[in-house]
Write a protein that binds this ligand. Structure first.
Ligand code: DGJ
Length: 535
């Protein structure tokens, strides 16, 4: 008897997540992006566990928090020191446990490779790396003193890090045919604090050479040395090139084994004010050096911001920097405090492939003042509320991001109104309104409405003059843009819809009080299909 039928039967018997599946990938269409999982657009509703939750013992305290927040994807570190404590001897047992437990919960996973650079430092590298300064040299600072950080210019460090990273990908290729792992982050917040670049004699020699032609062409620069080409930016650009080359090479080698989407995350520089590179993680993928990373690291799909800025102006400026036609937007980390939850709407409205609050587990650690003081069901509630709002149509939203047009707005710090230009129409977003009337109307005495912390709106174009509208604690009013003002507009229909069996189905029509004062979105999970016209 041929072994074929037996093999087919064996494949059919595998759990769905273990059957061979299409590789996840990032796609781009007209400058818009999607992460495809199982061949379909996937909105990554993420949650990242704390740094030291990368052991089987921590997982029982992670899963309930992940369930509470309603994430569909968990981001978990894999530390070099844990997989290669002894050089050349690999142990991927934690990866196996993690993936098995994630599959049981129907969750996808983003693995975070904590190699030679975790928040710029080598503390997650094995002892045989971090104690051997000769073989794995540290950066030399401008004053000649050694930095805490390893240099990205060391071929020995790159080779050792790459060997471990590719071993991880080889392990995944052998054990994760269903692609529970949908993306890999290569290193974590690379760059260097306290030294803009490596000033060792070897680095100085390279610094005196001509920068790579592709980089000069991309930045429209000329010069025979880095200094000639980039003047006062030369030190930082040189360091960014070194890091991007290092991480890009890890990604390239890893993808040769298993072609998963890969990205690097950034500890940000100030998105609006000028900032000296000696005061942030110089060389990391900060917004001012994204082009350098694009040229040096083509194997990375995108560069992702970690956002711990609570101001709405700053948050939006970060998104403006990272959402580019050549860079899919993924908020790889965001603070866990409730006042960050509203930014979910701003992020998705910018066409993001995903959003992921940081430090989501019940291990008792909190990174306040960056995030919440404690992680409890109560503090997770606003994030959970937003994930719940979109979870029934998350894939459909991701498809609209790729194929249509979407917008979003979070409540600004001062609760001022926002105007979204939809093209033929304008959507005015107001906050702190009661559902009836206007908060500043004098004809009716009323209490002032306290600002709702978690407030924002999502809009997507379904077809011409028809929009999907949802959100939390906000009022959406459609208007004609200034240029069309002699015309008059009306709401043809406002249907409350649910996404069922792959289509929007109306469950009731909104009219009267429910539409006379704009479309008022609350803590209820309500999605509207709005048709507008002129008369
Ligand atoms: C950003 C880093 O990427 C995280 O791993 C973590 O260290 C946070 N900062 C702070 O909690």
């Amino acid at each position: 008897m041929s072994s074929r039928p037996l093999l087919a039967a064996a494949v059919l018997c595998l759990a769905p997540s273990l059957a061979v599946a299409e590789l996840p990938r990032i796609v781009e269409q007209n400058g818009r992006h999607a992460l495809l999982v199982d061949g379909e657009p996937y909105l990554l509703l993420g949650a990242q566990v704390n740094n030291s939750s990368n052991y089987p013992a921590a997982l029982p305290e992670a899963w309930p928090a992940i369930e509470e927040i309603g994430a569909n994807t968990i981001q978990v570190p894999i530390a070099w020191e844990q997989v290669e404590p002894v050089e050349g001897a690999f142990d991927f047992s934690f990866v196996d446990t993690l993936l098995e437990e994630a599959r049981e919960r129907d969750l996808r996973v983003v693995l975070l490779w904590f190699g030679a650079f975790k928040n710029t430092a080598p503390w997650y590298a094995p002892a045989w790396v971090k104690l051997d300064n000769d073989r794995f040299p540290r950066i030399v600072k401008e004053d000649g003193e050694p930095s805490y950080a390893l240099t990205p210019l060391s071929p020995a460090t790159l080779e050792a890090d790459k060997r471990a990273f590719t071993a991880l990908l080889r392990h995944l290729a052998a054990t994760d045919p269903g692609h529970t792992v949908v993306m890999v982050q290569v290193e974590n917040e690379p760059g260097t604090y306290g030294s803009v670049r490596d000033y060792s004699p070897g680095a100085d020699k390279l610094f005196g050479r001509r920068p790579p032609a592709a980089l000069l062409a991309r930045l429209g620069a000329t010069g025979e040395t880095w200094e000639e080409a980039f003047a006062e930016d030369a030190d930082e650009f040189f360091h960014a090139w070194a890091f991007a080359s290092y991480i890009g090479e890890l990604a390239r080698a890893g993808r040769e084994i298993l072609n998963l989407p890969m990205y690097a995350n950034a500890a940000l520089r100030h998105p609006i004010d000028d900032q000296d590179p000696s005061t942030y993680a110089s060389g990391g993928p900060t917004h001012n050096v994204l082009d350098i990373w694009k040229v040096a690291a083509p194997a990375l799909d995108f560069l992702a911001p970690d956002i711990y800025m609570r101001g709405s102006r700053e948050y939006r400026a970060v998104l403006d920097h990272y959402a580019r036609p050549d860079n899919a937007l993924f908020v790889a980390e965001v603070g866990s405090d409730g006042d960050y939850a509203r930014f979910f709407f701003e992020t998705l409205g910018k066409g993001a492939i995903g959003f992921s609050p940081f430090g989501i587990d019940y291990t008792g650690y909190s990174n306040y003042p960056l995030g919440a003081k404690t992680i409890t069901p109560e503090t997770l509630a606003p994030f959970a509320s937003n994930y719940r709002l979109v979870s029934s149509f998350a894939g459909e939203w991701a498809r609209l991001v790729l194929e249509s047009r979407v917008w979003g707005a979070a409540r600004p710090d001062d609760s001022s109104s926002r105007t979204l230009e939809l093209g033929d129409w304008t959507a005015e977003i107001a906050f702190d309104q009661w559902q009836f009337g206007w908060a500043d109307a004098e004809w009716l005495e009323q209490e002032k409405r306290e600002p709702a912390e978690n407030a924002g709106v999502l809009i997507a174009e379904l077809e011409a003059d028809t929009y999907l509208v949802t959100g939390r604690n906000a009022r959406v009013t459609f208007r004609l843009p200034e240029v069309r003002r002699p015309e008059r507009m009306l709401l043809v229909s406002v249907d409350e819809v649910v996404f069922r069996d792959g289509a929007w189905q109306a469950i009731r029509r909104w009219n009267g009080d429910q539409t006379d004062w704009g479309l008022n979105l609350t803590e209820r999970d309500q999605v509207l299909r709005v048709r507008v016209a002129t008369y």
